[in-house]
Design a protein around this ligand. Structure first.
Ligand code: GLN
Length: 483
């Protein structure tokens, strides 16, 4: 039963082959048995899950239907869940029970999804390896000595290990697409504003976006359908109608113009990944796509710009964690300043402290123009590059990451080495564009992802291309041994 996709679960529930309660019990038992190897969950919500499963079964018995009615999922632990610990992977919020549900959580619950738990993540979503979590590193089910990617690494490892069919993630610079690539999943970062950020603990507000992680594009369509839509509670949410993503999966790719940026194939890219990406291009050509070389000339400036903008926003967002109103408070503070300093010094881990310092520096008087403003100008140039490219092509294709999953600890002494892994993903966040990563093969037994980018609000196009590719390839069906 644990091998079933969301689409198969929906059919099984509709045909009364099993109940949501039965399925939920099977998956909870599987998590108890296998997750100690992976550490993909921070909290399990067994009682809530069984209660939601029974309620979903009752709704189905009353004639209701829906692709998510009774479907087991989990939430990255930065989506607020009422009355349940919402830690953001940090000691700072280890004792924090959210007083309300994030919009995404509430929408999925209303659609009948069953929450099995909250998944592990890099502290405050800062990272690409899931090693900065206060709750310990997550392991990659394809090789337990390797990282699963981050920051949504817990969601990715759990879904890849068949502990559950799908989970939510968030993507500020690649945190859905990169762990999807490194664990052989399909993951989608929607257009900025497509999915409400209300109740999502903020990292870098102008870049953060929630989205689905699943094994197939078909399942991403189902989960995104439940997440997307206008939310008056989020002032950056966009009031655009949400298309029927599942209905759009079967469009023909005949004549689809795919752009492959020449800058993507530079020295930093593992040549074995380059070969797999070109093989995926060949596959899409067979389905009728036309390939065109394009250029994104400002791509080289993306990492420096991102690593100014994201820390700048983080330093501002994280100032609310001061030991006063909620979260960690140091023992026995001597005075107010001591309370601030020690609560923050003891509550935040080293990567978070590094980002706060970089961000506060970049925003300080005298440096603001030189760093922050400059980075924002680069951001506009990157967006302009994409706009020009999308005048010529319908989709942009390339690698999701320059390397496969690295060994645990391998990049810990050099944060910049880890930042460089984001080179292909962060441009979509800087421009606000939707992006998807899907399985494209293996290097040394480790999964490789191909990334597709589309114009604003063309999530449906990404899902359509990925679904057609998955009907004709079987990379996404491969299962890690032992799971
Ligand atoms: N690796 C990037 C960072 O550390 C992106 C993380 C994310 O998307 N949340 O900022």
């Amino acid at each position: 039963m644990h091998q079933l996709t969301l689409a198969e679960i929906a059919r099984g529930l509709a045909d009364k082959k099993f109940s949501s309660e039965e399925l939920t019990k099977v998956l909870l038992a599987r998590i108890a048995q296998l997750d100690p190897q992976l550490n993909s969950f921070i909290s399990l919500t067994e009682d809530l899950a069984l209660q939601q499963a029974k309620a979903a079964d009752a709704r189905r018995a009353n004639g209701e239907s829906g692709a998510l009615l009774g479907a087991p999922i989990a939430h990255k632990d930065l989506f607020c869940t009422q009355g349940i610990r919402t830690s953001c992977g940090s000691k700072m919020l280890d004792n924090f029970k959210a007083p309300y549900d994030a919009t995404v959580v509430a929408k999925l619950a209303a659609a009948g999804a069953v929450t099995l738990g909250k998944t592990n993540m890099d502290e405050f979503a800062m990272g690409s390896a899931n090693e900065s979590s206060y709750y310990g590193a997550v392991k990659n089910p394809w090789n337990l000595e390797h990282v699963p990617g981050g920051s949504s690494g817990g969601s990715a490892a759990a879904v890849a290990a068949r502990l559950l069919p799908a989970a939510t993630g968030t993507d500020t610079g690649g945190s859905i697409r990169q762990p999807a690539a490194l664990t052989n999943l399909t993951g989608l970062k929607p257009t900025y504003g497509r999915v409400s950020r209300w109740g999502m603990i903020a990292y870098a507000s102008s870049l953060d976006q929630g989205g689905p992680l699943a094994r197939t594009a078909e399942d991403c369509a189902i989960l995104l359908q439940g997440m997307a839509g206008f939310d008056p509670q989020d002032s950056t949410s966009i009031d655009e109608p949400v298309p029927d993503y599942s209905a759009g999966l079967n469009g023909s790719l005949q004549g689809l113009r795919i752009g492959v940026p020449k800058e993507y194939f530079s020295a930093g890219l593992d040549p074995r990944i380059a070969d797999l990406i070109m093989a995926s291009v060949e596959e899409l050509k067979k389905l009728g796509a036309v390939i065109k070389e394009i250029s994104l000339p400002n791509m080289q400036h993306a990492i420096p710009a991102y690593y100014v903008i994201a820390p700048a926003e983080a330093s501002s967002n994280l100032s609310r964690f001061d030991g006063v109103r909620f979260g960690y408070r140091c023992e026995d503070p001597k005075n107010l300043e001591d309370l601030y300093k020690r609560s923050r010094g003891e509550g935040f881990g080293p990567e978070v402290q590094r980002r706060i310092m970089v961000g506060a520096y970049a925003l300080s008087a005298g440096y603001y123009d030189a760093y922050y403003l400059k980075a924002q100008k680069i951001r506009r140039l990157i967006k302009n590059d994409f706009m020009a490219a999308f005048n010529e092509v319908d989709i942009i294709l390339g690698p999701t990451t320059p390397n496969p999953a690295w060994k645990l600890g391998a990049k810990n002494s050099d944060p910049v080495a880890a930042y460089l892994e984001d080179v292909y993903t962060i441009t979509a966040n800087l421009a606000g564009l939707p992006g998807l990563s899907m399985p494209a093969g293996f290097v040394d037994g480790l999964p490789v992802g191909v990334q597709l980018l589309a114009p604003y609000f063309q999530e449906g196009r990404l899902l359509n291309v990925a679904h057609q590719y998955q009907l004709n390839t079987d990379w996404h069906t491969r299962t890690p041994t032992g799971f």
